[in-house]
Ligand binder design. Structure first.
Ligand code: ZN
Length: 120
């Protein structure tokens, strides 16, 4: 599937409410076509904060939701001053909580070896 920007924003709002107790600030969303990163939380250098999601790979809705949640864990850490730890202890802690709460496995890396580009 290919989520629209509106769809991604809707998931964010839902998860912010159901998982993060509406504690996350609103961010900018960018859909791109990057092969190397499924998603990215960006911050600093006067760019503001935002979440990028790549539409390059042909992936299921569940996989897109997992990518969004992974980046929302970075946002949660950013909000508490722990962003420089990257996938450090606080990120792991919130990822484990999100996994339990949503029953979607939020992991550090996803094996992309079986994926196919959307436009192949
Ligand atoms: Zn990450």
């Amino acid at each position: 599937m290919t989520p629209s920007l509106e769809q991604v924003k809707e998931w964010f709002t839902q998860y912010n409410s159901s998982v993060f107790a509406d504690s996350l600030p609103s961010v900018k969303f960018i859909l791109n076509n990057t092969r190397r990163q499924l998603g990215q939380f960006y911050w600093g250098n006067g760019r503001g904060i935002g979440i990028k999601i790549s539409l390059y790979w042909d992936r299921s809705e569940e996989e897109y939701r997992r990518t969004l949640l992974h980046e929302m864990c970075h946002l949660w850490c950013y909000n508490r001053g722990w962003i420089r730890e990257h996938h450090g202890p606080h990120w792991k802690q919130i990822a484990a909580y999100v996994t339990k709460k949503t029953e979607l496995q939020i992991s550090r890396c996803t094996d992309a070896s079986d994926w196919k580009p959307r436009n192949a």
